[in-house]
Write a protein that binds this ligand. Sequence first.
Ligand SMILES: *[C@@H]1O[C@H](CO)[C@@H](O)[C@H](O)[C@H]1NC(C)=O
Ligand SMILES: *[C@@H]1O[C@H](CO)[C@@H](O)[C@H](O)[C@H]1NC(C)=O
Ligand SMILES: *[C@@H]1O[C@H](CO)[C@@H](O)[C@H](O)[C@H]1NC(C)=O
Ligand SMILES: *[C@@H]1O[C@H](CO)[C@@H](O)[C@H](O)[C@H]1NC(C)=O
Ligand SMILES: *[C@@H]1O[C@H](CO)[C@@H](O)[C@H](O)[C@H]1NC(C)=O
Ligand SMILES: *[C@@H]1O[C@H](CO)[C@@H](O)[C@H](O)[C@H]1NC(C)=O
Ligand SMILES: *[C@@H]1O[C@H](CO)[C@@H](O)[C@H](O)[C@H]1NC(C)=O
Ligand SMILES: *[C@@H]1O[C@H](CO)[C@@H](O)[C@H](O)[C@H]1NC(C)=O
Length: 460
Amino acid sequence: MFTTVLGSIQSKAPRRPVHSLVLWTGLTFFLVAASTYFLSQTRPAVDYFTHRQEEPAAANRTNPLLTKEGIDQFALDHAYPRLGESVNFTGLHQLCNSTKWQPNVYFACNHNAGGLMNVRNMVLNCIRYAIAAGVSGLVMPQMEVRDPVDLRHLRTGEYQSIGFLFDEPWFKEVMKENCGQMEVFDTIDDIPYSGYAMMPDLLNIQAIMEQPRGTKHGMLRNKKPWEFRSRFDKLIKSQNKRPTETSPVIVRLDDRTLFSFPPSFDPPSVLNSLGFTLDFRPDLSALANVIIDRVHKTLNASGNDPYIGLHLRSEPDAGKYWATWDQLANATISTAMNNEIKLVYVASGDTDGVANLTRKAAESGIKVLDKWNVLSDDEKEYLGPFRFDQQAIVDYLALLRSDRFVGSGQSSFSSQLLLRRELLANLTLTEEEKLAEPENVSRDQLAGPGRLGYWDMDWP
Ligand SMILES: *[C@@H]1O[C@H](CO)[C@@H](O)[C@H](O)[C@H]1NC(C)=O
Ligand SMILES: *[C@@H]1O[C@H](CO)[C@@H](O)[C@H](O)[C@H]1NC(C)=O
Ligand SMILES: *[C@@H]1O[C@H](CO)[C@@H](O)[C@H](O)[C@H]1NC(C)=O
Ligand SMILES: *[C@@H]1O[C@H](CO)[C@@H](O)[C@H](O)[C@H]1NC(C)=O
Ligand SMILES: *[C@@H]1O[C@H](CO)[C@@H](O)[C@H](O)[C@H]1NC(C)=O
Ligand SMILES: *[C@@H]1O[C@H](CO)[C@@H](O)[C@H](O)[C@H]1NC(C)=O
Ligand SMILES: *[C@@H]1O[C@H](CO)[C@@H](O)[C@H](O)[C@H]1NC(C)=O
Ligand SMILES: *[C@@H]1O[C@H](CO)[C@@H](O)[C@H](O)[C@H]1NC(C)=O
Protein backbone atom coordinates (compact mmCIF):
# COMPACT_ATOMS: atom_id res chain seq x y z
CA MET A 1 0.00 0.00 0.00
CA PHE A 2 2.88 2.40 0.66
CA THR A 3 5.22 1.15 -1.96
CA THR A 4 3.91 3.00 -4.96
CA VAL A 5 4.08 6.31 -3.22
CA LEU A 6 7.20 6.05 -1.15
CA GLY A 7 9.36 6.46 -4.21
CA SER A 8 10.05 10.10 -3.66
CA ILE A 9 10.10 9.88 0.05
CA GLN A 10 12.36 12.76 0.83
CA SER A 11 12.13 15.02 -2.15
CA LYS A 12 8.53 15.95 -1.37
CA ALA A 13 8.60 15.94 2.39
CA PRO A 14 9.63 19.30 3.72
CA ARG A 15 11.70 19.79 6.82
CA ARG A 16 9.55 20.08 9.88
CA PRO A 17 9.11 23.72 10.73
CA VAL A 18 9.45 24.76 14.34
CA HIS A 19 6.03 26.27 14.91
CA SER A 20 5.80 28.50 17.90
CA LEU A 21 2.81 26.42 18.95
CA VAL A 22 5.05 23.41 19.07
CA LEU A 23 7.57 25.36 21.11
CA TRP A 24 4.89 26.46 23.51
CA THR A 25 3.54 22.98 23.79
CA GLY A 26 7.07 21.82 24.39
CA LEU A 27 7.72 24.42 27.06
CA THR A 28 4.40 23.93 28.76
CA PHE A 29 4.86 20.26 29.09
CA PHE A 30 8.57 20.27 29.59
CA LEU A 31 8.39 19.76 33.32
CA VAL A 32 5.76 17.08 33.13
CA ALA A 33 7.47 15.08 30.46
CA ALA A 34 10.90 15.76 31.85
CA SER A 35 9.91 14.35 35.17
CA THR A 36 8.28 11.31 33.64
CA TYR A 37 11.35 10.76 31.52
CA PHE A 38 13.61 11.25 34.47
CA LEU A 39 11.62 8.63 36.28
CA SER A 40 11.98 6.45 33.28
CA GLN A 41 15.71 6.33 33.74
CA THR A 42 15.37 4.56 37.02
CA ARG A 43 11.97 3.08 36.41
CA PRO A 44 11.92 2.93 32.66
CA ALA A 45 8.85 3.75 30.68
CA VAL A 46 7.65 0.39 29.54
CA ASP A 47 5.39 0.05 26.58
CA TYR A 48 3.38 -3.00 27.46
CA PHE A 49 1.52 -5.03 24.96
CA THR A 50 -0.76 -7.92 25.32
CA HIS A 51 1.46 -10.67 26.50
CA ARG A 52 -0.82 -13.52 27.32
CA GLN A 53 0.25 -17.02 27.88
CA GLU A 54 -1.22 -19.07 25.11
CA GLU A 55 -3.06 -22.30 25.63
CA PRO A 56 -0.72 -25.20 24.94
CA ALA A 57 -0.85 -26.31 21.35
CA ALA A 58 -2.96 -29.35 20.60
CA ALA A 59 -0.60 -32.29 20.87
CA ASN A 60 -1.61 -33.80 17.59
CA ARG A 61 -1.35 -30.73 15.46
CA THR A 62 1.57 -30.21 13.17
CA ASN A 63 2.37 -26.57 12.69
CA PRO A 64 4.19 -25.77 9.45
CA LEU A 65 5.28 -22.41 10.90
CA LEU A 66 7.50 -24.21 13.37
CA THR A 67 9.71 -25.54 10.61
CA LYS A 68 12.31 -23.38 8.90
CA GLU A 69 10.88 -24.05 5.46
CA GLY A 70 7.38 -23.31 6.70
CA ILE A 71 8.15 -19.95 8.25
CA ASP A 72 10.41 -18.91 5.37
CA GLN A 73 7.59 -19.64 2.97
CA PHE A 74 5.12 -17.77 5.16
CA ALA A 75 7.41 -14.74 5.23
CA LEU A 76 7.85 -14.92 1.50
CA ASP A 77 4.11 -15.13 0.98
CA HIS A 78 3.21 -12.25 3.30
CA ALA A 79 6.15 -10.02 4.16
CA TYR A 80 6.54 -8.21 0.90
CA PRO A 81 6.56 -5.60 -0.43
CA ARG A 82 8.50 -4.14 2.44
CA LEU A 83 8.14 -0.58 3.60
CA GLY A 84 11.72 0.46 2.91
CA GLU A 85 11.97 -1.01 -0.54
CA SER A 86 11.07 2.09 -2.51
CA VAL A 87 12.56 4.65 -0.16
CA ASN A 88 14.87 7.15 -1.79
CA PHE A 89 18.20 6.78 -0.02
CA THR A 90 19.96 9.36 -2.18
CA GLY A 91 20.20 11.71 0.79
CA LEU A 92 22.11 9.08 2.76
CA HIS A 93 24.27 8.42 -0.27
CA GLN A 94 25.10 12.11 -0.59
CA LEU A 95 25.79 12.42 3.13
CA CYS A 96 28.26 9.55 2.97
CA ASN A 97 29.71 10.90 -0.26
CA SER A 98 30.46 14.24 1.35
CA THR A 99 31.88 12.81 4.58
CA LYS A 100 35.60 12.92 5.22
CA TRP A 101 36.38 9.32 6.18
CA GLN A 102 39.20 8.29 8.43
CA PRO A 103 40.89 4.95 8.02
CA ASN A 104 41.55 2.47 10.85
CA VAL A 105 38.93 3.91 13.17
CA TYR A 106 35.87 1.78 13.94
CA PHE A 107 32.61 2.10 15.81
CA ALA A 108 30.75 -0.45 17.93
CA CYS A 109 27.44 0.12 19.73
CA ASN A 110 26.28 -2.72 21.94
CA HIS A 111 24.42 -1.01 24.75
CA ASN A 112 21.15 -0.27 23.00
CA ALA A 113 18.41 -1.16 25.47
CA GLY A 114 14.78 -0.53 26.27
CA GLY A 115 11.47 -0.81 24.48
CA LEU A 116 11.22 -1.41 20.76
CA MET A 117 11.20 2.23 19.68
CA ASN A 118 13.92 3.25 22.10
CA VAL A 119 16.24 0.55 20.82
CA ARG A 120 15.47 1.67 17.30
CA ASN A 121 16.28 5.27 18.16
CA MET A 122 19.57 4.31 19.82
CA VAL A 123 20.66 2.12 16.93
CA LEU A 124 19.85 4.86 14.41
CA ASN A 125 21.77 7.38 16.50
CA CYS A 126 24.70 4.98 16.57
CA ILE A 127 24.66 4.79 12.78
CA ARG A 128 24.32 8.56 12.47
CA TYR A 129 27.21 9.24 14.86
CA ALA A 130 29.35 6.68 13.07
CA ILE A 131 28.81 8.58 9.82
CA ALA A 132 29.42 11.90 11.56
CA ALA A 133 32.68 10.51 12.92
CA GLY A 134 33.64 9.28 9.47
CA VAL A 135 34.78 5.92 10.79
CA SER A 136 35.87 3.37 8.24
CA GLY A 137 33.88 0.56 9.78
CA LEU A 138 30.83 -0.12 11.91
CA VAL A 139 30.28 -3.32 13.85
CA MET A 140 26.69 -4.55 13.55
CA PRO A 141 25.02 -2.91 16.53
CA GLN A 142 23.80 -5.19 19.27
CA MET A 143 21.11 -4.77 21.85
CA GLU A 144 20.52 -5.72 25.43
CA VAL A 145 17.29 -7.66 25.82
CA ARG A 146 14.81 -6.78 28.55
CA ASP A 147 14.05 -9.11 31.40
CA PRO A 148 10.94 -11.01 30.26
CA VAL A 149 9.63 -11.23 33.81
CA ASP A 150 10.31 -7.65 34.87
CA LEU A 151 10.15 -5.48 31.78
CA ARG A 152 11.41 -2.49 33.72
CA HIS A 153 14.75 -4.23 34.07
CA LEU A 154 16.72 -3.15 30.99
CA ARG A 155 20.38 -3.88 31.64
CA THR A 156 20.18 -7.62 31.78
CA GLY A 157 23.52 -8.36 30.17
CA GLU A 158 21.69 -10.56 27.67
CA TYR A 159 23.07 -9.34 24.37
CA GLN A 160 21.52 -10.12 21.03
CA SER A 161 22.24 -9.09 17.49
CA ILE A 162 19.80 -6.51 16.15
CA GLY A 163 18.41 -9.38 14.09
CA PHE A 164 16.40 -9.98 17.24
CA LEU A 165 14.16 -7.14 16.03
CA PHE A 166 15.38 -6.01 12.64
CA ASP A 167 16.22 -7.38 9.25
CA GLU A 168 20.02 -7.64 9.21
CA PRO A 169 20.52 -8.52 5.53
CA TRP A 170 18.40 -5.52 4.59
CA PHE A 171 20.47 -3.20 6.79
CA LYS A 172 23.74 -4.45 5.34
CA GLU A 173 22.45 -4.15 1.82
CA VAL A 174 21.24 -0.57 2.26
CA MET A 175 24.45 0.49 3.94
CA LYS A 176 26.63 -1.16 1.33
CA GLU A 177 24.72 0.47 -1.46
CA ASN A 178 24.47 3.95 0.01
CA CYS A 179 27.28 4.28 2.49
CA GLY A 180 29.86 1.79 1.27
CA GLN A 181 32.72 3.97 2.59
CA MET A 182 31.85 2.63 6.02
CA GLU A 183 32.23 -1.13 6.00
CA VAL A 184 29.85 -3.14 8.18
CA PHE A 185 31.40 -5.97 10.22
CA ASP A 186 29.46 -8.74 11.90
CA THR A 187 31.54 -8.71 15.06
CA ILE A 188 34.46 -6.80 16.55
CA ASP A 189 36.66 -9.81 15.79
CA ASP A 190 36.05 -9.29 12.08
CA ILE A 191 37.82 -5.93 12.16
CA PRO A 192 41.33 -6.34 10.74
CA TYR A 193 43.91 -6.51 13.53
CA SER A 194 41.18 -6.16 16.14
CA GLY A 195 43.41 -8.09 18.53
CA TYR A 196 45.84 -5.16 18.46
CA ALA A 197 43.22 -2.43 18.61
CA MET A 198 43.20 0.45 21.02
CA MET A 199 39.85 0.71 22.75
CA PRO A 200 39.21 3.99 24.53
CA ASP A 201 36.71 3.98 27.40
CA LEU A 202 33.07 3.73 26.43
CA LEU A 203 32.26 6.95 24.67
CA ASN A 204 29.63 9.14 26.27
CA ILE A 205 28.27 11.67 23.81
CA GLN A 206 27.47 14.17 26.50
CA ALA A 207 30.98 14.00 27.85
CA ILE A 208 32.57 14.49 24.46
CA MET A 209 30.20 17.42 23.85
CA GLU A 210 31.01 18.77 27.32
CA GLN A 211 27.35 18.93 28.21
CA PRO A 212 26.08 18.23 31.70
CA ARG A 213 25.86 14.49 32.20
CA GLY A 214 22.11 14.60 32.61
CA THR A 215 19.82 11.67 32.33
CA LYS A 216 16.75 13.79 31.90
CA HIS A 217 14.83 14.00 28.72
CA GLY A 218 16.20 16.84 26.64
CA MET A 219 19.49 16.70 28.54
CA LEU A 220 20.57 13.69 26.53
CA ARG A 221 20.14 15.67 23.36
CA ASN A 222 23.31 16.79 21.64
CA LYS A 223 23.08 20.57 21.68
CA LYS A 224 25.79 21.13 19.07
CA PRO A 225 25.79 18.23 16.65
CA TRP A 226 27.91 20.24 14.22
CA GLU A 227 30.78 20.18 16.71
CA PHE A 228 30.77 16.43 17.14
CA ARG A 229 33.29 15.68 14.42
CA SER A 230 36.01 18.05 15.56
CA ARG A 231 35.60 16.87 19.13
CA PHE A 232 35.73 13.25 18.00
CA ASP A 233 38.88 13.90 15.97
CA LYS A 234 40.46 15.44 19.06
CA LEU A 235 39.63 12.31 21.02
CA ILE A 236 41.31 10.15 18.40
CA LYS A 237 44.37 12.40 18.40
CA SER A 238 44.56 12.16 22.18
CA GLN A 239 45.18 8.41 22.03
CA ASN A 240 48.71 7.20 22.71
CA LYS A 241 49.27 6.21 19.13
CA ARG A 242 48.01 7.27 15.77
CA PRO A 243 45.60 4.69 14.41
CA THR A 244 47.26 2.49 11.80
CA GLU A 245 46.20 -0.58 9.94
CA THR A 246 47.89 -2.86 12.45
CA SER A 247 46.76 -0.90 15.48
CA PRO A 248 43.30 0.42 14.77
CA VAL A 249 41.07 2.31 17.20
CA ILE A 250 37.71 0.83 18.13
CA VAL A 251 35.33 3.34 19.69
CA ARG A 252 32.41 1.92 21.64
CA LEU A 253 29.36 4.01 22.48
CA ASP A 254 27.82 3.78 25.93
CA ASP A 255 24.12 3.45 26.75
CA ARG A 256 23.31 7.17 26.74
CA THR A 257 22.48 7.67 23.11
CA LEU A 258 18.70 7.69 23.44
CA PHE A 259 17.29 10.85 21.81
CA SER A 260 20.82 12.18 21.54
CA PHE A 261 21.06 13.05 17.86
CA PRO A 262 18.57 15.74 16.80
CA PRO A 263 17.17 14.52 13.47
CA SER A 264 16.42 18.05 12.21
CA PHE A 265 20.16 18.64 12.02
CA ASP A 266 19.95 16.68 8.77
CA PRO A 267 18.31 17.79 5.54
CA PRO A 268 14.90 16.21 4.81
CA SER A 269 16.48 13.77 2.37
CA VAL A 270 18.42 12.20 5.26
CA LEU A 271 15.94 12.89 8.03
CA ASN A 272 13.17 11.08 6.19
CA SER A 273 15.12 8.07 5.01
CA LEU A 274 17.61 7.11 7.70
CA GLY A 275 14.92 5.34 9.73
CA PHE A 276 14.23 3.01 6.82
CA THR A 277 17.70 1.50 7.04
CA LEU A 278 16.13 -0.50 9.86
CA ASP A 279 13.28 -2.68 8.74
CA PHE A 280 11.61 -5.22 10.98
CA ARG A 281 12.38 -8.90 10.68
CA PRO A 282 10.43 -10.51 7.83
CA ASP A 283 8.68 -13.25 9.82
CA LEU A 284 7.02 -10.82 12.21
CA SER A 285 6.33 -8.34 9.42
CA ALA A 286 4.54 -11.15 7.62
CA LEU A 287 2.41 -11.89 10.68
CA ALA A 288 1.52 -8.21 10.89
CA ASN A 289 0.47 -8.16 7.25
CA VAL A 290 -1.77 -11.16 7.85
CA ILE A 291 -3.36 -9.40 10.83
CA ILE A 292 -3.92 -6.20 8.87
CA ASP A 293 -5.60 -8.09 6.03
CA ARG A 294 -7.85 -9.99 8.41
CA VAL A 295 -8.86 -6.91 10.37
CA HIS A 296 -9.83 -5.23 7.13
CA LYS A 297 -12.13 -8.17 6.43
CA THR A 298 -13.71 -8.52 9.85
CA LEU A 299 -17.15 -7.11 9.05
CA ASN A 300 -17.25 -7.66 5.34
CA ALA A 301 -15.31 -10.63 4.02
CA SER A 302 -14.97 -9.05 0.61
CA GLY A 303 -14.53 -5.53 1.87
CA ASN A 304 -11.89 -3.24 3.26
CA ASP A 305 -13.21 -2.21 6.65
CA PRO A 306 -11.44 0.80 8.07
CA TYR A 307 -10.09 0.48 11.61
CA ILE A 308 -8.69 2.63 14.36
CA GLY A 309 -5.34 1.65 15.80
CA LEU A 310 -5.20 2.24 19.54
CA HIS A 311 -2.10 2.13 21.70
CA LEU A 312 -3.86 1.72 25.03
CA ARG A 313 -0.91 2.72 27.15
CA SER A 314 -2.80 2.60 30.42
CA GLU A 315 -0.81 -0.07 32.17
CA PRO A 316 -0.18 0.38 35.89
CA ASP A 317 3.39 1.57 35.32
CA ALA A 318 2.30 4.52 33.17
CA GLY A 319 3.30 7.79 34.80
CA LYS A 320 0.93 9.83 36.90
CA TYR A 321 0.55 12.46 34.18
CA TRP A 322 0.16 10.09 31.28
CA ALA A 323 -3.03 9.70 29.32
CA THR A 324 -5.58 7.77 31.35
CA TRP A 325 -7.76 4.89 30.27
CA ASP A 326 -10.70 7.33 30.23
CA GLN A 327 -8.94 9.73 27.91
CA LEU A 328 -7.73 7.02 25.57
CA ALA A 329 -11.09 5.25 25.47
CA ASN A 330 -12.97 8.51 24.95
CA ALA A 331 -10.66 9.63 22.18
CA THR A 332 -10.98 6.26 20.47
CA ILE A 333 -14.73 6.01 20.64
CA SER A 334 -15.34 9.58 19.55
CA THR A 335 -12.89 9.10 16.66
CA ALA A 336 -14.79 5.97 15.65
CA MET A 337 -18.16 7.73 15.83
CA ASN A 338 -16.98 10.82 13.94
CA ASN A 339 -15.56 8.72 11.15
CA GLU A 340 -18.16 5.95 11.08
CA ILE A 341 -15.54 3.34 11.85
CA LYS A 342 -16.71 0.14 13.48
CA LEU A 343 -13.41 -1.52 14.32
CA VAL A 344 -10.61 -0.88 16.77
CA TYR A 345 -7.31 -2.76 16.81
CA VAL A 346 -5.79 -2.39 20.23
CA ALA A 347 -2.22 -2.88 21.45
CA SER A 348 -2.04 -3.01 25.22
CA GLY A 349 -0.82 -4.97 28.19
CA ASP A 350 -3.73 -3.66 30.23
CA THR A 351 -5.95 -6.73 30.01
CA ASP A 352 -8.68 -5.27 32.23
CA GLY A 353 -8.55 -2.04 30.29
CA VAL A 354 -9.00 -3.91 27.01
CA ALA A 355 -11.94 -5.86 28.43
CA ASN A 356 -13.56 -2.64 29.65
CA LEU A 357 -12.96 -0.96 26.34
CA THR A 358 -14.44 -3.91 24.49
CA ARG A 359 -17.59 -3.58 26.60
CA LYS A 360 -17.81 0.18 26.31
CA ALA A 361 -17.18 0.15 22.55
CA ALA A 362 -19.81 -2.53 22.02
CA GLU A 363 -22.43 -0.11 23.38
CA SER A 364 -21.71 2.02 20.31
CA GLY A 365 -21.61 -0.95 17.96
CA ILE A 366 -17.81 -0.93 17.75
CA LYS A 367 -15.80 -4.14 17.76
CA VAL A 368 -12.39 -4.33 19.46
CA LEU A 369 -9.70 -6.73 18.24
CA ASP A 370 -6.15 -7.54 19.21
CA LYS A 371 -3.50 -9.78 17.70
CA TRP A 372 -4.49 -12.82 19.73
CA ASN A 373 -8.04 -12.90 18.49
CA VAL A 374 -7.06 -12.34 14.87
CA LEU A 375 -4.28 -14.90 14.48
CA SER A 376 -4.88 -18.60 13.84
CA ASP A 377 -3.77 -21.28 16.31
CA ASP A 378 -0.67 -22.04 14.24
CA GLU A 379 0.26 -18.38 14.04
CA LYS A 380 -0.29 -17.87 17.76
CA GLU A 381 1.87 -20.86 18.48
CA TYR A 382 4.62 -19.23 16.44
CA LEU A 383 4.26 -15.74 17.95
CA GLY A 384 3.64 -16.86 21.54
CA PRO A 385 7.24 -17.68 22.54
CA PHE A 386 8.67 -14.42 21.18
CA ARG A 387 9.80 -11.85 23.68
CA PHE A 388 7.72 -8.87 24.55
CA ASP A 389 9.49 -6.32 22.34
CA GLN A 390 9.48 -8.71 19.41
CA GLN A 391 5.74 -9.18 19.70
CA ALA A 392 5.45 -5.39 19.79
CA ILE A 393 6.65 -5.33 16.17
CA VAL A 394 3.40 -6.91 15.07
CA ASP A 395 1.39 -4.30 16.97
CA TYR A 396 3.53 -1.46 15.71
CA LEU A 397 2.90 -2.41 12.11
CA ALA A 398 -0.82 -3.00 12.65
CA LEU A 399 -1.11 0.46 14.23
CA LEU A 400 1.03 2.01 11.51
CA ARG A 401 -1.35 0.83 8.83
CA SER A 402 -4.59 1.69 10.61
CA ASP A 403 -6.90 4.31 9.15
CA ARG A 404 -6.85 6.40 12.32
CA PHE A 405 -4.55 6.25 15.28
CA VAL A 406 -4.99 7.05 18.95
CA GLY A 407 -2.03 6.86 21.28
CA SER A 408 -0.57 8.21 24.49
CA GLY A 409 1.31 11.49 24.32
CA GLN A 410 4.00 10.42 26.75
CA SER A 411 4.85 7.13 25.11
CA SER A 412 7.83 7.16 22.76
CA PHE A 413 6.18 4.25 20.95
CA SER A 414 2.99 6.25 20.32
CA SER A 415 4.97 9.35 19.43
CA GLN A 416 7.15 7.63 16.89
CA LEU A 417 4.08 6.03 15.33
CA LEU A 418 2.48 9.43 14.98
CA LEU A 419 5.61 10.78 13.34
CA ARG A 420 5.96 7.97 10.86
CA ARG A 421 2.26 7.93 10.04
CA GLU A 422 2.48 11.64 9.35
CA LEU A 423 5.42 11.13 7.03
CA LEU A 424 3.66 8.32 5.18
CA ALA A 425 0.45 10.34 4.94
CA ASN A 426 2.37 13.30 3.55
CA LEU A 427 3.68 11.04 0.86
CA THR A 428 0.60 9.02 0.11
CA LEU A 429 -2.26 11.48 0.37
CA THR A 430 -2.78 13.71 -2.63
CA GLU A 431 -3.60 17.38 -2.11
CA GLU A 432 -7.26 16.67 -2.90
CA GLU A 433 -7.38 13.87 -0.37
CA LYS A 434 -5.85 16.15 2.23
CA LEU A 435 -8.50 18.76 1.49
CA ALA A 436 -11.19 16.10 1.68
CA GLU A 437 -10.19 15.28 5.25
CA PRO A 438 -12.72 16.73 7.70
CA GLU A 439 -11.59 20.14 8.82
CA ASN A 440 -9.83 20.25 12.20
CA VAL A 441 -10.31 16.54 12.71
CA SER A 442 -6.83 15.10 12.80
CA ARG A 443 -6.27 11.64 11.48
CA ASP A 444 -4.17 10.79 14.47
CA GLN A 445 -4.12 11.95 18.01
CA LEU A 446 -2.17 11.50 21.18
CA ALA A 447 -4.31 11.71 24.28
CA GLY A 448 -3.17 13.17 27.57
CA PRO A 449 -0.87 16.09 28.32
CA GLY A 450 2.27 16.73 26.32
CA ARG A 451 3.63 15.18 23.20
CA LEU A 452 7.05 13.65 23.29
CA GLY A 453 7.13 13.21 19.54
CA TYR A 454 7.23 16.87 18.61
CA TRP A 455 10.56 17.52 20.18
CA ASP A 456 12.66 16.58 17.24
CA MET A 457 13.90 13.50 19.01
CA ASP A 458 13.17 10.58 16.82
CA TRP A 459 13.67 9.50 13.24
CA PRO A 460 10.44 9.05 11.25
C1 LIG B 1 15.81 11.06 -4.68
O1 LIG B 1 16.37 12.12 -3.92
C2 LIG B 1 17.26 12.94 -4.66
C3 LIG B 1 17.99 13.88 -3.72
O2 LIG B 1 17.19 14.33 -2.68
C4 LIG B 1 16.48 13.66 -5.74
O3 LIG B 1 17.35 14.48 -6.47
C5 LIG B 1 15.86 12.60 -6.64
O4 LIG B 1 15.04 13.23 -7.61
C6 LIG B 1 15.02 11.63 -5.85
N1 LIG B 1 14.59 10.52 -6.70
C7 LIG B 1 13.33 10.18 -6.85
C8 LIG B 1 13.06 9.00 -7.72
O5 LIG B 1 12.43 10.77 -6.31
C1 LIG C 1 4.03 16.54 6.78
O1 LIG C 1 3.66 17.70 6.07
C2 LIG C 1 3.35 18.81 6.88
C3 LIG C 1 2.81 19.92 5.99
O2 LIG C 1 3.65 20.14 4.92
C4 LIG C 1 4.60 19.22 7.64
O3 LIG C 1 4.34 20.31 8.48
C5 LIG C 1 5.09 18.05 8.47
O4 LIG C 1 6.30 18.36 9.10
C6 LIG C 1 5.27 16.80 7.62
N1 LIG C 1 5.55 15.70 8.51
C7 LIG C 1 6.59 14.86 8.38
C8 LIG C 1 6.73 13.80 9.42
O5 LIG C 1 7.39 14.93 7.49
C1 LIG D 1 -3.42 -37.54 15.03
O1 LIG D 1 -3.99 -37.15 13.79
C2 LIG D 1 -3.94 -38.17 12.81
C3 LIG D 1 -4.40 -37.59 11.49
O2 LIG D 1 -5.49 -36.73 11.66
C4 LIG D 1 -4.80 -39.38 13.27
O3 LIG D 1 -4.76 -40.40 12.31
C5 LIG D 1 -4.25 -39.86 14.58
O4 LIG D 1 -5.08 -40.89 15.09
C6 LIG D 1 -4.18 -38.74 15.61
N1 LIG D 1 -3.50 -39.21 16.82
C7 LIG D 1 -3.93 -38.93 18.04
C8 LIG D 1 -3.10 -39.43 19.17
O5 LIG D 1 -4.95 -38.29 18.24
C1 LIG E 1 29.18 10.28 -5.03
O1 LIG E 1 30.46 10.66 -5.47
C2 LIG E 1 30.83 10.09 -6.70
C3 LIG E 1 32.28 10.44 -7.00
O2 LIG E 1 32.58 11.73 -6.57
C4 LIG E 1 29.88 10.57 -7.78
O3 LIG E 1 30.20 9.95 -9.00
C5 LIG E 1 28.47 10.18 -7.39
O4 LIG E 1 27.54 10.71 -8.33
C6 LIG E 1 28.13 10.71 -6.02
N1 LIG E 1 26.83 10.22 -5.65
C7 LIG E 1 25.90 10.97 -5.12
C8 LIG E 1 24.61 10.32 -4.81
O5 LIG E 1 26.08 12.14 -4.87
C1 LIG F 1 -18.86 -5.65 1.19
O1 LIG F 1 -17.81 -5.09 0.40
C2 LIG F 1 -18.10 -5.16 -0.99
C3 LIG F 1 -16.85 -4.69 -1.74
O2 LIG F 1 -16.45 -3.45 -1.29
C4 LIG F 1 -19.34 -4.34 -1.28
O3 LIG F 1 -19.66 -4.43 -2.64
C5 LIG F 1 -20.51 -4.85 -0.45
O4 LIG F 1 -21.62 -4.01 -0.62
C6 LIG F 1 -20.14 -4.90 1.02
N1 LIG F 1 -21.21 -5.53 1.77
C7 LIG F 1 -21.76 -5.00 2.83
C8 LIG F 1 -22.82 -5.79 3.52
O5 LIG F 1 -21.45 -3.88 3.24
C1 LIG G 1 -15.27 10.36 28.85
O1 LIG G 1 -16.57 10.46 28.37
C2 LIG G 1 -17.57 10.34 29.36
C3 LIG G 1 -18.92 10.31 28.74
O2 LIG G 1 -18.93 10.84 27.47
C4 LIG G 1 -17.44 11.49 30.33
O3 LIG G 1 -18.37 11.36 31.34
C5 LIG G 1 -16.05 11.48 30.91
O4 LIG G 1 -15.86 12.59 31.73
C6 LIG G 1 -15.00 11.48 29.83
N1 LIG G 1 -13.71 11.33 30.42
C7 LIG G 1 -12.69 12.08 30.09
C8 LIG G 1 -11.40 11.80 30.80
O5 LIG G 1 -12.74 12.93 29.22
C1 LIG H 1 -12.74 -2.04 34.39
O1 LIG H 1 -14.07 -2.04 34.85
C2 LIG H 1 -14.20 -2.54 36.15
C3 LIG H 1 -15.69 -2.67 36.46
O2 LIG H 1 -16.38 -1.53 36.01
C4 LIG H 1 -13.48 -1.61 37.11
O3 LIG H 1 -13.58 -2.08 38.42
C5 LIG H 1 -12.01 -1.52 36.70
O4 LIG H 1 -11.34 -0.57 37.50
C6 LIG H 1 -11.87 -1.15 35.26
N1 LIG H 1 -10.49 -1.27 34.88
C7 LIG H 1 -9.88 -0.42 34.11
C8 LIG H 1 -8.44 -0.67 33.82
O5 LIG H 1 -10.43 0.54 33.63
C1 LIG I 1 -11.08 24.93 12.30
O1 LIG I 1 -10.11 25.68 13.04
C2 LIG I 1 -10.02 27.04 12.67
C3 LIG I 1 -8.86 27.66 13.43
O2 LIG I 1 -8.87 27.25 14.75
C4 LIG I 1 -11.35 27.74 12.92
O3 LIG I 1 -11.29 29.07 12.50
C5 LIG I 1 -12.45 27.01 12.15
O4 LIG I 1 -13.70 27.56 12.45
C6 LIG I 1 -12.47 25.53 12.49
N1 LIG I 1 -13.42 24.83 11.64
C7 LIG I 1 -14.34 23.98 12.12
C8 LIG I 1 -15.23 23.32 11.11
O5 LIG I 1 -14.45 23.73 13.30
